[in-house]
Design a protein around this ligand. Structure first.
Ligand code: MG
Length: 384
């Protein structure tokens, strides 16, 4: 089987959308635009590695955008897109893959089918690109006035990925250095290579304008429209000690909470809520109390594990809400810090996290100060 590396080009300074961020780093559905195509390429069984070509100023943005993904180290791009691709190709000299897929970082919705069609066409061609035939009548205009109608048969709109046999495209790019060509297929054509056209997808559009970004948000909402909720409930009893862990914070208190781990009743309820939304059992199944590995364990690890399961399922956490039920300690002074800590553990915007508290009017075990209860609800979005 051929080895294949995907180069994702994300070095552009496209501030066209008006904001302070290049468009490949704009937020889309809670992640950066760039992350989506990188994840899809990384997950494709025929792709052995993914390398992103970035602008030297964007390292922090890049690190945040692809956090947790297993990628080849990024390389720096050049002044023009063509220079960036050439730098990326040169960086693969030692790896020397058989095939390389070149993809625009601002096309978040590339799908496995399109990647597979490009790779299949490379079996007997030096290059192949995803493209769509033009269906609308095409006019050439001069300002607002039509000059001519162009015969549309045989016209295609080029997309990415564009795939090539690695040695051929490296040679073509080196030879084209200095010439201004609008895509990698044009570089290959200039070198006389026969490049195949394979079907792309209407959803594989480039996010260039504010309208594109809104369209991308709508598409993502549809793709992730399978909304699930889960609830969790937990209780821990007070025992000897001088602090309690609640929602990831260490809070000084005249007593501690008894438990196998750090007994963080709030994070346990929330972990169970996330697992419940996934239909993935409960915290005890994932972290058995009988396992000494979890003795005294910080509960943020349990919550992070549940969140990782959501990510692995292609989903995201939309919102979570925790209610702590106790007479003491008073939660109010710590509430905002708890929200911030949970948002940090889940890598979520704080507006997606809620923490509140209630007493039980001195009734029942919480009212008598024998322990703390917590309940939580989590809403997640999964792909259909
Ligand atoms: Mg518990």
């Amino acid at each position: 089987m051929s080895s294949c590396i995907a180069l994702v080009v994300a070095a552009g300074r496209g501030f066209r959308l008006g904001g302070p961020l290049p468009k490949q780093y704009l937020p889309l559905g809670g992640s950066a635009v760039l992350r989506y195509s990188v994840e899809t390429l990384r997950a494709h069984p025929a792709v052995d590695g993914v390398r992103v070509v970035i602008h030297p100023d964007d390292r922090a943005l890049y690190d945040a955008a692809v956090a947790g993904l297993d990628l080849l180290p990024p390389v720096h791009g050049g002044a023009q897109r063509q220079d960036s691709v050439r730098n990326g190709l040169n960086s693969l000299a030692e790896a020397a893959p058989d095939l390389v897929l070149i993809h625009d970082g601002a096309r978040p919705f590339v799908d496995a089918g399109t990647i597979g069609r490009v790779l299949a066409a490379l079996r007997d061609r030096p290059g192949a690109i995803a493209a769509l035939p033009i269906r609308d009548t095409v006019k050439r205009g001069d300002g607002e006035r039509i000059r001519e109608t162009i015969e549309r048969s045989g016209l295609w709109r080029a997309q990415t990925p564009q795939g090539f046999r690695y040695p051929k495209i490296v040679a073509a790019h080196r030879a084209a250095s200095g010439a201004e060509l609008s895509d990698d297929a044009a570089v290959a054509e200039r070198a006389g290579l026969a490049i195949a056209l394979v079907d792309g997808s209407e959803e594989n559009f480039k996010v260039t304008t504010t309208d594109d970004l809104a369209r991308a948000e709508r598409l993502l909402a549809m793709q992730r429209g399978d909304i699930r909720t889960g609830q969790g409930f937990d209780v821990h009893a007070f025992g000897p000690g001088d602090h309690v862990w609640l929602c990831g914070l260490k809070i000084p208190h005249g007593q501690g909470l008894v438990g196998h781990s750090d007994a963080d009743v709030g994070l346990h309820a929330l972990t169970d809520a996330v697992l419940g939304a996934l239909g993935a059992g409960d915290i005890g199944m994932h972290f058995p109390p009988s396992d000494p590995a979890w003795r005294g364990a910080p509960s943020h690890r349990f919550l992070r594990h549940a969140a990782d399961l959501v990510t692995a399922a292609g989903g995201s956490i939309a919102h979570c809400d925790v209610t702590l039920i106790c007479e003491r300690p008073k939660i109010g002074p710590h509430r905002e810090a708890m929200v911030a800590r949970i948002a940090e553990i889940l890598a979520l915007d704080q507006r997606r996290v809620s923490v509140k508290a209630t007493t039980t009017e001195q009734l029942g075990f919480t009212g008598r100060g024998e322990g703390i209860a917590a309940q939580a609800i989590a809403t997640i979005r999964l792909p259909f």
